[in-house]
Design a protein. Sequence first.
Length: 302
Amino acid sequence: MTAPPRFPDKDDYLAQLGERVREERARRGMTRKILARDTGLSERYLAQLEAGRGNISIALLQRVAAALNRPLARLVGDDSGEPAELRQIVDLLRRLTPEQLAEVQSLIGAHFALTKRAARDRRIALIGLRGAGKSTLGSRLAQHLRVPFIELDAEIERDFGLSLAEIFALYDQPAYRRCERRVLGEIVEREPRFVLAAGGSIVAEPATYQDLLGHCFTVWLRAAPAEHMSRVQLQGDLRPMADNNEAMADLRRILAAREPLYAQADVTVDTAGHVIEASFRALLAALPQGLMKDIASSAESW
């Protein structure tokens, strides 16, 4: 059973908040009088805040953050355990243009890519809409490589202790997404090699999808909308198109919206018009031989 969250002592928290405000003001060379002018708050009120005696509302604190040119989260968050270097880097990044941020992301990615690549390439993730063949082809590929086969949705169900239908009936979408990302992280931490079938909508959650792309060699199993529909019907599962007279139109819209995201996968395997055997051969052919050998040799060593 998960332990209840522990909250900081109110007095300690207000003292830390006041110290952050005082430090940010000092860093900018602002007097309390100037901060009072820029926020519309009295100097006496600000003095109480900085002394750790202010019971300030979020709306008023937002004014203070804006006057200090700092995100509100920077003032209210608990970053006491963060290294000073991290805070300095974050401050620097916030001053960059979108183009410069993209360049920094590329440089960081390139710098750490080599150290991550070996571990990443021993994990294969299959993505795509339901009916693409992720479970069928994924389990066969895992047997072929002699590594575990994992279905992410099944792991989420196990974590909740409920079926997906029950999860969505009892909880909101964000709760499912938070669990999805956490469970994916636990799998990556626990398993050095695997074949994973991800839920079709994982690409719609940017942070989780980036985690998947960063930790797994990703394969998009692609099929025509009509084939997705017929395969799902054969499985007896019409989510999310149940009782919808425009099911095919909905499916086409979903696929069109997700295609640019699915296309970020390392390789694409088109299963359209293929029987299982042909699709499996296409999947094997799409995987780099070096990756196949690396997974096989690492599996033999265990």
